[in-house]
Design a protein around this ligand. Sequence first.
Ligand SMILES: [Zn+2]
Length: 173
Amino acid sequence: MTFPFAEPLVPVDLRPRVIPEPPRPGDPDGEPCRICGQDDGIWSDRNWVLHNPAGGSLPGTVWLASRTHADSFADLSDELATDFGRVAARVERAILSLGDVGRVHVYRWGDGVAHFHVWFMPRPLGMLRRRGTCCRCGRTGCRRRHPKPSTPPAAPSRPPCTPPWTRGRRRGA
Ligand SMILES: [Zn+2]
């Protein structure tokens, strides 16, 4: 798999870790959950609601949320965890039926809000730069074990880049 940008990218310093982590919306001490008040989306049943993403640019992308407030897979009841497989397969088949889809990828991050939700994103058929594993050699489908670098990467010799979408904007604008 290759990424749609050219190297060299400039690393930035990692921020210090924050432990304990602050609560997310939907966590017991966090702000109210933003998903619990969800509508019925584009499809729903007694356990799940399927949504169109607002402002998404990849046709066929949807996200699936549990009706009940649970944070992650580990928090789902056995019944819901089992039912997730059934509904995930159904969502995948629906996206594949659109045609022009090479693969449906399933993503679960869940750090924006502590309510179980999973993304389904189709890879357009024939877009082979987005297929394969993410290997540092840059070759699609590489299965070699590459040796780790013997020396750590050098510190950046120039300041971190400014993302193009922020250039020319005043801070806070
Ligand atoms: Zn919730």
